[in-house]
Design a protein around this ligand. Structure first.
Ligand code: KIV
Length: 370
């Protein structure tokens, strides 16, 4: 787990141990990034393309960003959380910019990132005046996709490189605590990094930045999109995921899942009476229903023409799936739990049964008179 990487601590890393930033959009990935010891977690507007299925980042709103910032913030990673201000949330006027940043701060961000150079200086100053730390973003700025004519490497000639240096200097002077450099030639990134006193964090900007950032999904190999050449996938979670789900499907279809140890059981002396779905029956010593139909080799109990109940837990699940069905509610749980041993008594097995009903978001047994 990373130490809290504060704004002054990030600034102090200029020219020192390279900063590590990961873009993450939800609590599990933020916790993984944190456990791996990253310095900064960016809730990027790339969520639009990586997770939400849009073709560009222009589609996400402040509310969308706040939703993801909240998820990352609730994971409480000590790694500093930076949130992207989405397109048009910081372009109109300073008051609206600060208000939008405040939404993200209240959702859990400790700093915001915005795209653009000298033309953003007024907004950067307004945010800093409102005590919101700002990270800049130059080079391939995805919110300018239409203006750039696509997601294209920027700063490819001497003049464009000089513009980048001037923009970076303006952002640093305005108070940005770090600057992302995306999609620029390595030597240009080196020149920009040398020109500013704050750390540069590169993505597709070569090795001479003060830190590097990658998107979580790309670096663990979970991404669906075609990944740019600057991405190094350190895992293959997408392939692992497909293999895992395929194995699950196979186990379900061949009756290998769930196993006995993965099922809840009624006590051995419990007898189920009354109608359950299309059938009814008693639970035998192993917890199987043994009447009104048959129990097949996999333990499923079959009524007239469909599985009605297998083990005790399945009976409850069945009850849950058709809560309005009188026949289902008519399972006599008082008798099955032994006379007056109604649901709610501190019998561990009964408690287990209650847990199952809760698990399925289930029927209110008490309300149902059970
Ligand atoms: O949105 C994002 O993930 C980013 C990084 C690529 C820097 O801006």
């Amino acid at each position: 787990m990373a130490d809290q990487c504060t704004v002054p601590a990030v600034r102090a890393r200029k020219g020192g141990l390279p900063l590590v930033m990961v873009t993450a959009y939800d609590a599990p990935s933020a916790r993984i990034a944190d456990e791996a010891g990253v310095d900064l977690i960016l809730v990027g507007d790339s969520v639009a393309m990586v997770v939400l299925g849009y073709d560009d980042t222009l589609q996400v709103t402040v509310a969308d960003m706040a939703h993801h910032v909240g998820a990352v913030g609730r994971a409480r990673p000590p790694a500093r959380g930076v949130a992207d201000l989405p397109w048009l949330s910081y372009h109109l006027d300073a008051a609206e910019t600060v208000r939008n940043a405040a939404v993200l701060v209240r959702a859990g961000a400790q700093a915001v990132k915005l795209e653009g150079g000298r033309k953003r200086v007024a907004m950067v100053r307004a945010l800093i005046d409102a005590e919101v730390p700002v990270m800049g973003h130059l080079g391939l700025t995805p919110q300018s996709v239409h203006a750039m004519g696509g997601f294209k490497v920027q700063g490819r000639d001497a003049e464009a490189a000089r513009v980048l240096v001037d923009d970076a200097a303006a952002l640093a002077d305005a108070g940005c605590f770090a600057i992302v450099l995306e999609g620029v030639p390595d030597r240009v990134a080196k020149m920009v990094s040398a020109a500013v006193a704050v750390p540069t964090i590169g993505i597709g900007a070569g090795p001479w930045c003060d830190g590097q950032v990658l998107v979580f999904h790309d670096l663990v190999g979970l991404g669906e999109r075609c990944v740019p050449k600057f991405v190094r996938a350190y895992g293959s979670l997408r392939a692992d995921g497909v293999a895992a789900v395929r194995a699950f499907a196979d186990d379900v279809r061949t009756g290998r899942f769930p196993a006995d140890a993965e099922s809840y059981h009624l006590p051995a002396d419990v007898v189920l009476t009354g109608a359950v779905g299309a059938g009814s029956g008693r639970v035998d010593a192993s917890g199987r229903v043994d009447a009104s139909g048959s129990v097949d080799a996999s333990g499923r109990h079959w009524g007239a023409d469909r599985p009605v109940v297998a083990e005790g837990s399945d009976a409850v699940a069945d009850l849950d799936r058709a809560p309005q069905g009188v026949a289902h509610r008519s399972i006599d749980l008082r008798s099955v739990t032994g006379g007056d041993a109604a649901i709610g008594r501190p019998d561990p097995e009964v408690a287990d049964l209650e847990e199952v009903t809760g698990l399925y978001g289930g029927v209110d047994l008490q309300a149902a008179g059970l």
